[in-house]
Design a protein around this ligand. Structure first.
Ligand code: SAM
Ligand code: DTB
Ligand code: SF4
Length: 353
């Protein structure tokens, strides 16, 4: 029996989860994870920046904000052919979703038809589509839905209390409004945040509380570890304790049991052991491909090697639906391959090659 989904989490309950001894927290998070997901499947999405830099927003973490001198080369909205060629390459490399990001406060009327053509074109290649374009009107959201957009990414980024220390050009409630439009249009919601920005432990609690208490949990919850960008106000902020990052993943998994929790930006700075602990704690999605939007991500070949060493396989929308439809078959015991089984040996032999 799985517990019903909750949308009424209180700060003190979330704080208590964060304060559990590390092993107790991971044990609990992993148990929740197994109740809802194949513990050895990880969804892989590839990112592409379709419009880079010169953003009017002042997000203090971002290489693309026009308010800071980060030395980033700006790029206009990419041509459709270029985007489709990148999407086709991502598919060949094994991605199941293609996420397109633009450095905009919101999309303009002029650019929108091309954005819609990108959604249609990427979908026709047989990939799931995701876009992150900033704030949307109800009408734009409807048009994206009609074009067949599967997911819209719009992060809350941090707690309501810490928000204006990080961004002053937009408000927390405006982010919630866009998320409500996305949900109302029937597009799946991808929303999470960033840690390691000098926020307090209570801000991490507040961010997860906001996400978990949305009327419906986001289907996808990206947890980004700040990638420090030279020239931004957060360039020299102290590192977050890696165990606190893993705790963030584990608590997200417990609060939003059926959501994909994405181990997002910051993997390039993590070792394999830390990533493995994140997967154990309930992370089951990654950005896959050598680049995020403007910064480096682990090489696709290294990720495939890591998957092989851990016996992880890439998840598709179909494989997840099939698994979820037949969860009763997947008790904890049936998940553990008997010693010497083919599954066990395949995974490690591949990694040794
Ligand atoms: N401009 C749109 C917006 O902000 O909604 C979409 C693109 S924006 C780059 C998407 C998300 O990437 C941000 O909300 C933030 O959570 C994450 N992000 C951006 N820069 C980052 C960094 N340096 N480190 C970690 N995450 C970052
Ligand atoms: C998300 O939560 N993280 C991605 C995606 N959504 C758009 C972006 C990460 C950006 C990391 C810094 C960069 O490459 O510019
Ligand atoms: Fe612009 Fe998005 Fe970067 Fe903020 S996070 S500066 S909105 S691209």
């Amino acid at each position: 029996m799985t517990a019903p989904l909750r949308h009424d989490w209180q700060n003190h309950e979330i704080q208590a989860l964060f304060q559990l001894p590390f092993n107790d927290l991971l044990y609990r998070a992993h148990g929740v994870h197994r109740q809802h997901f194949d513990p050895n499947a990880v969804q892989v999405s590839t990112l592409l920046s379709i419009k880079t830099g010169a953003c009017p927003e002042d997000c203090k973490y971002c290489s693309q904000s026009g308010h800071y001198n980060t030395g980033l080369e700006k790029e206009k909205l990419l041509a459709l052919e270029k985007v489709l060629a990148e999407a086709a390459a991502a598919k060949t490399n094994g991605a199941s979703r293609f996420c397109m990001g633009a450095a905009w406060k919101h999309p303009s009327k002029k650019d929108f038809p091309l954005v819609l053509a990108m959604v249609k074109g990427v979908r026709e290649l047989g990939l799931e589509t995701c876009m992150t374009l900033g704030q949307l009107t109800e009408e734009q959201t409807q048009e994206l839905a009609t074009a067949g957009l599967d997911y819209y990414n719009h992060n809350l980024d941090t707690s309501r209390e810490y928000y204006d220390k990080i961004i002053t050009t937009r408000h927390f409630d405006e982010r919630l409004d866009t998320l409500a439009h996305v949900r109302a249009a029937g597009i799946k919601v991808c929303s999470g945040g960033i840690v390691g920005m000098g926020e307090s432990a209570n801000d991490r609690v507040g961010l997860l509380r906001e996400l978990a208490n949305l009327p419906q949990h986001p289907e996808s919850v990206p947890i980004n570890n700040l990638v420090k960008i030279e020239g931004t106000p957060l360039a020299n902020v102290d590192d977050l304790d890696p165990f606190d990052f893993i705790r963030m993943i584990a608590v997200a998994r417990i609060l939003m049991p059926q959501s994909h929790v994405r181990l997002s930006a910051g993997r390039e700075q993590m070792n394999d052991q830390m990533q493995a602990l994140c997967f154990f704690a309930g992370a089951n999605s990654i950005f896959y491909g050598d680049r995020l939007l403007t910064t480096a991500n682990p090489l696709a070949s290294s990720d495939m090697q890591l998957f092989a060493r851990l016996g992880i396989h890439p998840e598709t929308a179909h494989s997840h639906a099939d698994y979820a439809a037949d969860l009763s078959r997947h008790s904890i015991d049936s998940q553990i391959p008997p010693a010497g089984s083919a599954l066990f040996f395949d995974a490690t032999a591949e990694a040794r090659q």
